[in-house]
Ligand binder design. Structure first.
Ligand SMILES: C[S@@+](CC[C@H](N)C(=O)[O-])C[C@H]1O[C@@H](n2cnc3c(N)ncnc32)[C@H](O)[C@@H]1O
Length: 274
């Protein structure tokens, strides 16, 4: 286990903890849909809304085979599979997350279209041109060697396929306030700037089709989440299940980081030219 996967791994027994929290809230596992798990398994800013934007951007069909680089607890993969009928392979460094992702797919009836494997997003071991589309959501912040990550995405994508990167980028407002939901300090945090991305993606061979900065909506998303929790209480299970008590401080820091333009949330849609 390296420092990144150690950061994400909780005290253990995460499948059991999520299962008991759902049971305690009276949620019936048989009727569970991906949307009901979003507060814990869509582990990125703007949650399921952002994933639905990625569905649109990738232009998927039921025949598509998609690769999710840094698939986490599998929320994005399940949403893609549920909405389009596609098949998704997820690769993630944190073995506990792959275990949870596999269990949640079984609970939501999506185990036949989603699978999760422990591995490095920058060296997946998949054959060349193996997938029709690829995505990476809030992962590259933990990866210093970004040329290697994007070269790997390019290699495994078939010519003509689409690749979406939705990430937290360095803003012009200065250094990030830590801790944040991807790192306790700068030793495992490597934010690219929007300009870096405009150079990194073409350098890997991609053609950028669009760049959308959602930072204002991200701030609103945090404000709405806080208002909802004050009104209704927290959802049965949240990122605190693995980030622990520090999650409150991390969320508060994210609001400050966005408000002070220290971070930006940006989605790049690219294609591997034919
Ligand atoms: C903030 S979570 C995002 C998870 C998921 N993409 C989502 O949006 O729900 C970051 C994830 O990146 C994974 N990760 C970080 N570095 C990685 C690497 N080099 N290879 C594969 N996964 C990595 C972590 O284990 C963690 O699951």
């Amino acid at each position: 286990m390296n420092d990144v996967s150690r950061f994400y791994s909780g005290p253990g027994e995460l499948v059991a903890a999520i299962s008991s929290a759902l049971d305690a809230a009276g949620l019936d596992r048989k009727t569970l849909r991906p949307a009901g798990l979003a507060p814990v398994d869509e582990f990125h800013i703007r949650g399921r809304v952002a994933t639905l934007e990625i569905v649109e951007a990738l232009g998927l069909t039921a025949d598509s085979h998609v690769l999710d680089l840094g698939s986490g607890l599998g929320g994005p993969a399940r949403t893609l599979a549920e909405v389009t009928g596609c098949t998704v392979t997820g690769v993630d460094l944190t073995s506990e997350f792959c275990e949870v992702a596999t269990a949640l797919s079984e609970w939501t009836g999506l185990a036949d279209r989603t699978s999760f494997h422990v591995g490095n997003a920058a060296a997946t071991g998949l054959p060349d041109a193996a997938v029709d589309a690829a995505l990476t959501v809030h992962v590259a912040m933990n990866i210093s060697d970004k040329p290697r990550l994007y070269a790997e995405a390019f290699r495994v994508l078939r010519p003509g396929g689409r690749f979406v990167v939705y990430d937290v980028l360095q803003g012009e407002g200065g250094d990030v306030h830590y801790p944040v939901p991807w790192a306790n300090n700068s030793s495992t945090s490597f934010l690219a700037t929007p300009q870096d991305m405009r150079e990194l993606l073409p350098a890997a061979g991609f053609e950028i089709i669009s760049e959308v900065d959602s930072s204002d909506q991200s701030l609103v998303w945090f404000q709405q989440m806080r208002a909802r929790i004050e009104r209704d209480g927290p959802p049965p299970v949240t990122f605190a299940a693995f980030l622990g008590d520090a999650f409150g401080q991390m969320a508060a820091n994210q609001v400050a980081n966005l408000a002070e333009r220290r971070i930006r949330t940006v989605m790049f849609t690219c294609t591997r030219p034919l």
